[in-house]
Design a protein around this ligand. Structure first.
Ligand code: CA
Length: 381
């Protein structure tokens, strides 16, 4: 059956969409069976049937090459879109610095030098301070709550309105779940221990850390290890055990603090150049949105599954000391977080205020509801 299909396609020799460059055998067969219609008559193929339009996109990321979870998600996204579109939408993924540096991904997509990007909204606070909310808010929503807000609470529409100013369409495309507070070489016992401490911590959490007396530094993933090793920074947060183990922070830091008050469930985003997206036929648009939604959940599932074993490895094989941040420090961070969030809309931007109101109202709903469901259950388990 498959042989017949292959021969017919080969004989027709027309349909390049049937010959994807980088598919595995099974996926290639799925494409052949689905799109190349081996039962179609020879005449129909040899007549001047219009070749389906194909699109070749570049996707630039803020992540180091092959970083588990964050870096492999866009690769999986591209494979999924390739198979689902029968090779009509091909996305080539570039790690940070292969085409553009991590923090230039948004501009590259906005200008159209790349059709897609993969990163996190808090890297673009320079474009719009409120953007950080679409990644994560200190003491804010969890992954489950963020997804509820984005897909069923009006969040995605607001996000698209904001990025629309830059000709960019965002889609949620990953989440790490609750992160860890980070890696330190000194004990944190009181807020006084934060004074002058230089820490890599992005987004609104960085602003809170700054107000607590620390020095917040923004660095892309690829620069963190060397910066901590050489003393450019004193401490860092990154993601959680799965990613942090891969980065090797256990070799250069002693204490691993929790919980990740600053990133309780950050949304990782796919961003698409609006003109490039509009040039796609409706089915490819839907395929892209569906694949992003699948990757959004898949990344959370991957982190959830892998973090537990990685945390055990850090403790049992590397002697890392896992510590909870003292209540006094968390209380201070919580107090400052409310301040920072309230000010994040700026002064006279109506859209930013609507985004802040929507987020805050939804968070309040979640707080009430989850007090008697998720939170009550976890406390009782
Ligand atoms: Ca982080």
């Amino acid at each position: 059956m498959a042989d017949v299909g292959l021969r017919k396609v080969g004989d027709a020799g027309l349909n390049r969409a049937c010959l994807p460059r980088s598919l595995g055998l099974a996926a290639a067969f799925a494409v052949l069976l689905g799109a190349c219609a081996p039962e179609e008559s020879q005449e129909a193929e040899t007549e001047a049937a219009p070749e389906p339009s194909t699109f070749e996109w570049k996707l630039v990321t803020t992540w180091p090459k092959n970083l588990p979870g964050l870096g492999t998600a866009p690769e999986r996204l591209a494979e999924m879109v390739d198979v689902m579109s029968a090779g009509r939408l091909k996305i080539k993924v570039y790690a940070a610095n292969e085409l553009v540096p991590a923090f230039e991904v948004f501009d590259a997509v906005s200008e159209g030098s790349a059709e897609m990007g993969h990163g996190a909204a808090y890297y673009w606070r320079g474009k719009a301070p409120i953007a950080a909310i679409f990644a994560t808010v200190p003491f804010g929503m969890t992954a489950q709550e963020m997804n509820a807000w984005l897909y069923h609470g009006g969040g995605l529409e607001l996000w698209r309105e904001l990025y629309g100013r830059f000709g960019v369409v965002p889609m949620a495309a990953g989440n790490s779940g609750v992160q860890m507070a980070g890696w330190f070489n000194k004990e944190i016992n009181t807020p006084a221990d934060l004074q002058g401490l230089k820490m890599r911590i992005p987004g609104l959490g960085g602003e809170v850390f700054q107000r607590a007396g620390g020095v917040a530094v923004s660095l892309p993933g690829s620069e963190i290890f060397t910066s901590l090793q050489t003393g450019v920074i004193d401490a860092t947060e990154w993601v959680g055990p799965y990613n942090d183990l891969a980065f090797g922070f256990q070799e250069i830091a002693r204490y691993y603090y929790y919980p990740g008050w600053h990133e309780p469930g950050p949304t990782i985003e796919a961003i698409v150049n609006a003109e490039a997206l509009n040039a796609l036929p409706d089915d490819l648009k839907t395929i892209l949105e569906t694949a992003c939604r699948a990757i959004n959940q898949d990344m959370l599932d991957e982190f959830t599954a892998r973090n537990a074993g990685s945390l055990r490895t850090l403790v049992e094989e590397h002697g890392v000391e896992v510590r909870r941040l003292p209540d006094e420090v968390l209380d201070e961070f919580r107090r400052l977080s409310a301040e920072v969030l309230a000010e994040s809309a700026g002064e006279d931007d109506e859209l930013s205020q609507r985004i802040l109101d929507s987020y805050t109202n939804f968070l309040n709903d979640m707080r009430e509801y989850h007090a008697v469901t998720e939170q009550a259950y976890l406390n009782a388990r």
